[in-house]
Design a protein around this ligand. Structure first.
Ligand code: GZL
Length: 317
């Protein structure tokens, strides 16, 4: 190799943004590890930061808002360059977001939104949570036709934007179809264990034979409910139709095995778009849109769920 080529090869030429990212320190206030999807989001966020040479300070809040607020205040005190927040609930953020704004530290929301003025955060990277619920409702409409169907609903964490919006969307999806009726609706807090416990209570209260379908705000609660349905001597996916959201590997496996019927995909990669927006903003003040929307895709038994399961199972869920 000639001298010039050698010099070129050794002089790694970074773009201004890439050069900047190598010096960034970003705080990430994560909700916890309540679901397989959440674990995947954490894995992907760490990978996306590492890819960019960003130093990521990670704080797991064990699903408690007070722990998130403490972590955010610590990030501010440390003088980080930016803060990522997956807000466990929608309310109660104004004060700490104002503190970050006063410290001139940009904040990006991941996968959930907050009820606060949108000048308090740079952007929110989320799916259309209402749309996800509506797709689930419309799928059940198409599945049931004119047949009566008594539905039980496992809600996500009380007060979280996905629980509020996915409920709204599902009700929009079944609106106008009087044969479809939600007869029980209760939070399972997005976890498998609570999904099982609450489904057991639904089965006890309603009697398994009178429940036609389960709508769960995430796959983990649906997987827990599947266990309860089996223990009640019923066939999940047949005696009780099951539709949920996230498209985690175990949901694809359950659909492949006929124990679940549909799931709507939520990408765990919210951090990629978030870090791109932050890098551009920190480099030259480029303002992103207030909402960076991620795609949602319906998966049913007509998809090759076994292959999708094999592909997804090693992605950090
Ligand atoms: C939705 C996200 C939800 C997932 C759950 O954007 O906040 O939180 O659907 C997770 O699996 O607990």
């Amino acid at each position: 190799m000639n001298i010039k080529a050698t010099l070129m090869a050794s002089a790694v030429i970074l773009s201004p943004v890439a050069a900047l990212a190598a010096d960034l320190t970003i705080g990430f206030s994560q909700i916890g590890s309540e679901s397989g999807w959440r674990a995947a989001e954490t894995t992907v966020t760490k990978q996306e930061a590492e890819k960019r040479g960003i130093t990521l300070k990670f704080a797991d809040a064990q699903q408690k808002q007070e722990n998130q607020i403490k972590a955010i205040r610590s990030f501010i005190a440390q003088g980080v360059d930016a803060i990522l927040i997956a807000p466990v609930v929608a309310t109660g953020w104004d004060e700490v977001l104002e503190e970050a704004q006063d410290a001139e530290i940009p904040v990006v929301l991941l996968d959930r939104t907050v009820d606060a003025p949108d000048d308090l955060y740079l952007t929110a990277v989320t799916s259309d949570l209402v749309h996800e619920g509506k797709v689930a409702g419309e799928w059940l409409v198409s599945e049931m036709g004119d047949s009566d169907c008594r539905i039980v609903e496992l809600q996500g964490t009380t007060g979280s934007s996905p629980a509020i919006d996915r409920k709204t969307g599902f009700e929009q999806g079944i609106d106008g179809h009087a044969n479809l009726e939600i007869v029980r609706s209760q939070t399972g807090d997005f976890t498998r264990s609570q999904g099982k416990v609450v489904m057991e209570s639904f089965l006890k209260a309603e009697g398994g034979d009178s429940i036609c379908a389960l709508y769960a705000h995430n796959d983990d609660m649906a997987v827990g409910a599947i266990q309860a349905i089996k223990e009640a001597g019923l066939k999940p996916g047949e005696d009780i139709k099951i539709v949920a959201i996230d498209a985690v590997p175990d949901a694809h496996l359950a659909i492949a095995q006929g124990e679940m019927n549909a799931t709507i995909e939520l990408t765990p990669n919210m951090a990629g778009p978030a870090l791109d927006a932050l890098e551009a903003y920190l480099a030259d003040g480029t303002l992103p849109p207030k909402w960076i929307q991620t795609e949602s895709k319906l998966f049913t038994a007509s998809d090759d769920n076994q292959s999708i399961y094999e592909m997804k199972k090693d992605l950090g869920y």
